[in-house]
Design a protein around this ligand. Structure first.
Ligand SMILES: NC(=O)c1ccc[n+]([C@@H]2O[C@H](COP(=O)([O-])OP(=O)(O)OC[C@H]3O[C@@H](n4cnc5c(N)ncnc54)[C@H](O)[C@@H]3O)[C@@H](O)[C@H]2O)c1
Length: 243
C-alpha cells in the first residue's frame, strides 16, 4: 500500500514533467479568460503574468507540448486552449462522484466550475438515509449502499471524498474496489491507496497555516527593521533624534 500518494513522481504523458503538468491548469485558466474576451494571440510574457508563472518557465513548459509560438505574434489562444485541454485529458468526459453531501459536498455539487471544465457530476452519495432522494444541485442524493453500482453504471474513475475524516479511508477503499483510480480528498486525513491510484488532497486549513507562518515572519521582519531604525548607525543612538 502506498500512503496518501499525491501524484506519480515520474512523467505521465510523452515525458512531460509533473511540475509542468501542475502548471497547465494555470495556463488554461488564463487562456480561457483571454478566449472569453476574444483575444486572438498572447505573448509569453503576458500569459506568464496572467498565470502567475515565470515566462522562461512558460516557454519551456510549452515546448513539451510542441508549442513554440510565433516570433512577434505570440501564441494562438484558441489553439493553446485546445492543446492544453487535450494534454490534460479535458477533451474527454470525466464523470465524477461526490461522497459525503454535507456542507462541503453540497457546495461542491453546486459549483458550476466542474461541468464547464469537463467534469460531469454523475452522482451525489451520502450514508445518511434521511438524505437519500433529497435534491442537491438538481440531483437526488443516492444512498451509500448504492456506491459500487453507481460507479460501475456510470464508468466513474474520479471520486471526491467530502465525508468526516473517520469515514474517509473506508469510503476510499470502497471507491477503489469499485474501480475509481483518482481521488480528490477533502477530509483531513491521509489515505492509503494501492499503486495505480492517485490521491490529491485539498486542505484549506493547511493553506491558512502556511499563510500564518508567512504573516508571522513578515511581522518579525517589520519588528527587526523598526528596531534597527531606532538604533541608528552607531548602535544605541536613534536614527532620527526626537525634536
Ligand atoms: N479540505 C478543506 O479545505 C475542507 C474544508 C471544509 C471541510 N473539510 C472537511 O470536509 C469534510 C466534510 O465537511 P462538512 O462540513 O461538509 O461535514 P458535514 O458533517 O456537513 O458532512 C459530512 C457528510 O458526510 C456523510 N457521511 C458520513 N459518513 C459517510 C460515509 N461513510 N459515506 C458517505 N457519506 C458519509 C454525512 O452523512 C454528512 O452528510 C470533513 O472531513 C471536513 O473536515 C475540508
Amino acid at each position: 500500500m502506498a500512503t496518501g500518494r499525491n501524484h506519480r513522481p515520474a512523467t505521465r504523458s510523452r515525458g512531460i514533467p509533473e511540475a509542468t503538468v501542475a502548471r497547465l491548469p494555470l495556463y488554461l485558466r488564463a487562456l480561457t479568460a483571454l478566449s472569453e474576451r476574444s483575444v486572438p494571440t498572447v505573448s509569453s510574457e503576458e500569459l506568464a503574468a496572467a498565470a502567475g508563472v515565470n515566462s522562461a518557465k512558460l516557454r519551456k513548459d510549452f515546448s513539451y507540448l510542441g508549442s513554440y509560438g510565433t516570433r512577434g505574434v505570440g501564441y494562438d489562444v484558441e489553439y493553446l486552449v485546445y492543446q492544453i485541454s487535450r494534454e490534460l485529458g479535458l477533451t474527454q468526459d470525466w464523470p465524477v462522484v461526490i461522497v459525503g453531501i454535507g456542507n462541503l459536498g453540497a457546495a461542491l455539487a453546486n459549483y458550476g466550475g466542474f461541468a464547464s471544465r469537463g467534469f460531469r457530476v454523475a452522482a451525489l452519495i451520502d450514508a445518511d438515509p434521511a438524505m437519500a432522494g433529497k435534491p442537491v444541485a438538481g440531483m437526488p442524493v443516492q444512498h451509500a449502499d448504492e456506491l459500487e453500482k453507481i460507479i460501475s453504471d456510470n464508468g466513474v474513475s474520479i471520486g471526491v471524498i467530502a465525508t468526516p475524516a473517520g469515514a474517509a479511508q473506508q469510503v476510499c477503499e470502497r471507491l477503489v474496489a469499485a474501480g475509481v483510480t483518482s481521488i480528490l480528498n477533502f477530509a483531513p486525513t491521509v489515505l492509503s491507496v494501492p499503486d495505480g491510484v492517485d490521491v490529491r488532497k485539498v486542505d484549506l486549513s493547511i493553506e491558512l497555516q502556511i499563510l500564518a507562518f508567512h504573516e508571522q515572519r513578515k511581522a518579525g521582519e517589520e519588528a527587526d527593521a523598526e528596531a534597527a531604525s531606532r538604533k541608528g548607525p552607531d548602535g544605541d543612538m536613534p536614527a532620527v533624534m526626537p525634536a
